[in-house]
Design a protein around this ligand. Structure first.
Ligand SMILES: [Zn+2]
Length: 110
């Protein structure tokens, strides 16, 4: 399911267009519709300090992907392989599907 507010779904291949990770590509692994944010695999790593545990009594630093605002990413089209904006008006078999603005390819397989 594509989240209608964000326009992305899990598994989408995206390009980061703004910020420190500009130019990086990755796959969406989580979506937070309320905040209009997503987590992209391998992008926007944040360092978090973890509390000391029995295993690592010193504590440590965990690297974890931080959320990106949906406006900071563009979907990469499977067909033309370019970052694209999406047209959503196309209806296939009763479902709204996303269509690449550049090449016209239907991005969502119904
Ligand atoms: Zn395309």
């Amino acid at each position: 399911m594509v989240n209608s507010k964000i326009g992305f779904k899990k598994g989408d291949k995206v390009l980061v267009i703004i910020g420190e990770d500009k130019g990086k590509k990755g796959k969406i692994v989580s979506i937070f519709p309320k905040k209009t944010e997503v987590i992209v695999e391998g992008v926007n790593f944040l360092k978090k300090h973890s509390k000391p545990t029995q295993k690592s009594p010193q504590g440590g630093i965990i690297r974890q992907e931080g959320a990106l605002h949906a406006s900071n990413i563009r979907l990469i089209c499977n067909k033309c392989n370019k970052p694209t904006t999406i047209r959503r008006e196309k209806i296939k078999e009763g479902k709204r599907v996303r269509v690449c603005k550049k090449c016209g390819e239907i991005i969502d397989k119904v």
